[in-house]
Design a protein around this ligand. Structure first.
Ligand SMILES: [Zn+2]
Length: 571
């Protein structure tokens, strides 16, 4: 972990204009800078940048944020990677701030990359050239992989003779690091290779560093696992990695969609047929972490599954896992028992994409079919509907929820009104309806607070006047409260003030700071409103009549002031 003080120093030292200027032309315009937005195509600049405050906002597409957020969003990198970029620009060596635990992790990672890339070449050469790889080559030929594809994915063969240990020793690796890699294992009978007699699929991290392998047995034997993976280590985390992501990420960005399939061969077959935005989890069902990885490249995820029970259940799980992650999920179920490999090898690119397009199912459509196969609607309509409702209640927006309820009504031939009543009853029973209403009210006052905070940062030069009216105790949003107390304590550097805030908050603040239609008077009005709301809350806890009288008087005065802001514009 890099200390916050160092991060703040970096943010302070590197100009946001320089960072954005690296990827698009930036021109001075009054106090701020204007640029053609790098997040959407445009002819005239609509991105406004404040160098002094370290914020940007695009009035065209809404892209917004501070230094770190720009780096993360534009380069699609993690927070830590953004820091590294920033440190590079500032000429600061971050490694001096890293503790020794992190340092040894970095060394271990480099070691795994090195040993994996060495073994990868060894397996690949084995497959292409060795006599014992005859069956492996036959297997791949039967599966119609071209030599180009085999070379591109560096597919390999594990060999029959358990020679890997000797090979690695001859390359100078210590026994300790060889066993640590998990590629060779020790038993009572001696040392053996984990991937013996298997076809090997190298697995890379998103940046293209080799991190491990998946291996498939050649003969169909019941006594050993069909697939094995490298063991978990400093860089190989099954639940994070996605097979093919290093090749697919650029195409995913370009096509604005990622196809998620089940296995290595599916990804490879899509690729061989020029569909280069497919990825697969490593032999397990998809995890939240993997979806979040993909979300850095696109919001649009299409799960493609085969139509057998396992495929349908996997699709159902994928929908449930994605439902809270703010991604647009669709599902394609292939006909019969075909998997993506079979389908694309038989029909080719154009027909496959046409089929995907035609058969895209919204999650709700999938759920309706899924549950109608498990529960008889004619016999147990209520339990069918409840299962659907417990999915619908997790849908993010009211519009989508309503559309899903409509589809449900159609599906079971009921009037929409009936379904709506049942849905309300369902929510009441789940005890979440009341909670929703509460949330709505706090949301509203918190919006005023966020808008105020944005305005206050915009007019930071007038902050002392505002601080006469307002104090941090008047706020309910904890993040706003914390910033206010830092300002009260004398902090004025906006660049470092906004560091560490959540994205939503940074977005709202940047938007307000850059919006020239928002005047100082509007911010003052918000300040009075917040004071008014706070005073009103005080009224309910007042101890005696005298105190109540005073509070009411203050409320009356505040009301008069608020009314005098004639424009009373809400932004
Ligand atoms: Zn834009």
């Amino acid at each position: 972990m890099i200390p916050d003080s160092v991060i703040q120093m970096l943010i302070d030292r590197v100009s946001i204009v320089d960072i954005i200027g690296k990827v698009t032309d930036v021109k001075k315009s009054g106090k701020n800078y204007m640029a053609k937005c790098p997040f959407h195509n445009e002819k005239t600049p609509s991105m406004s940048i404040s160098d002094e405050k370290g914020l940007y906002h695009c009035f065209g597409c809404g892209a917004s944020g501070n230094t770190i957020k720009f780096l993360m969003d534009y380069y699609r990198i993690t927070f830590r990677e953004a820091l590294d970029k920033l440190a590079d620009m500032a000429g600061v060596d971050l490694s001096q701030y890293e503790n020794s635990e992190n340092k040894s992790l970095t060394i271990e990672k480099k070691m795994v990359h090195k040993i994996t890339s060495e073994v990868l070449e060894y397996y690949h050469n084995n497959l292409l050239n060795s006599r014992e790889a005859e069956n492996a080559r036959k297997y791949l030929a039967n599966r119609k992989l071209t030599l180009d594809t085999i070379k591109f994915f560096k597919i390999g063969y594990g060999g029959l003779s358990h020679n890997l240990f000797q090979f690695l020793k001859s390359k100078g690796y210590t026994e300790d690091s060889i066993f640590k890699s998990g590629l060779c294992l020790k038993s009572n009978d001696g040392i053996y290779d984990r991937f013996r007699d298997r076809v090997i699929f190298p697995i890379y991290d998103k940046d293209g560093n080799p991190v491990g392998f998946g291996g498939r047995i050649l003969q169909d034997r019941k006594d050993i696992a069909k697939y094995v993976n490298s063991p978990e280590n400093a860089v190989f985390h099954k639940g994070y990695l996605l097979f093919g992501l290093n090749y697919a990420k650029d195409e995913i960005i370009k096509q604005k969609v990622a196809y998620i399939v089940e296995g290595y061969m599916d990804v490879i077959a899509l690729f061989q047929n020029n569909i280069k935005n497919g990825v697969a989890p490593l032999g397990t069902s998809i995890t939240e972490n993997q979806i979040l990885q993909l979300k850095r490249y696109t919001q649009n995820l299409v799960f493609v599954f085969d139509g057998d029970d396992a495929g349908i259940n996997a699709a159902n799980r994928a929908i449930d896992i994605s439902s809270t992650l703010e991604v647009n999920v669709k599902v394609v179920i292939l006909p019969g028992k075909m998997d993506p490999y079979d389908f694309v090898m038989k029909y080719g690119k154009v027909k496959t994409l046409e089929y995907f397009e035609k058969k895209l199912l919204d999650p709700i459509d999938f759920k309706l079919i899924f549950f109608s196969k498990k529960i008889s609607i004619s016999r147990d309509k209520i339990s069918f509907v409840r299962n659907i409702f417990s999915y619908i209640k997790n849908i993010r927006t009211a519009i989508e929820r309503e559309a899903a309820l409509k589809k449900t009504a159609n599906f079971i031939n009921e009037k929409l009104e009936t379904i709506l009543i049942e849905y309300q009853n369902f929510l009441k029973k789940e005890n979440s309806f009341g909670r929703l209403i509460d949330n709505k009210n706090t949301k509203k006052s918190e919006n005023t607070e966020v808008e105020f905070l944005g305005g206050m940062i915009k007019y930071i030069e007038n902050i002392d006047d505002i601080l006469h009216l307002i104090s941090s105790e008047m706020f309910t949003n904890t993040e706003v409260k914390e910033i206010l107390s830092r300002i009260e304590a004398g902090e004025r550097n906006i660049k470092t003030l906004t560091f560490g805030l959540n994205n939503e908050l940074i977005n709202s603040i940047s938007k307000i700071v850059m919006d020239e239609n928002i005047s100082y008077e509007m911010i003052l009005e918000k300040a009075y409103k917040i004071r008014y709301l706070y005073t009103k809350r005080k009224l309910s806890t007042a101890k005696n009549i005298e105190e109540k009288k005073n509070i009411k008087k203050e409320l009356f005065e505040l009301e008069e002031i608020i009314k005098s802001f004639s424009h009373a514009v809400n932004y």
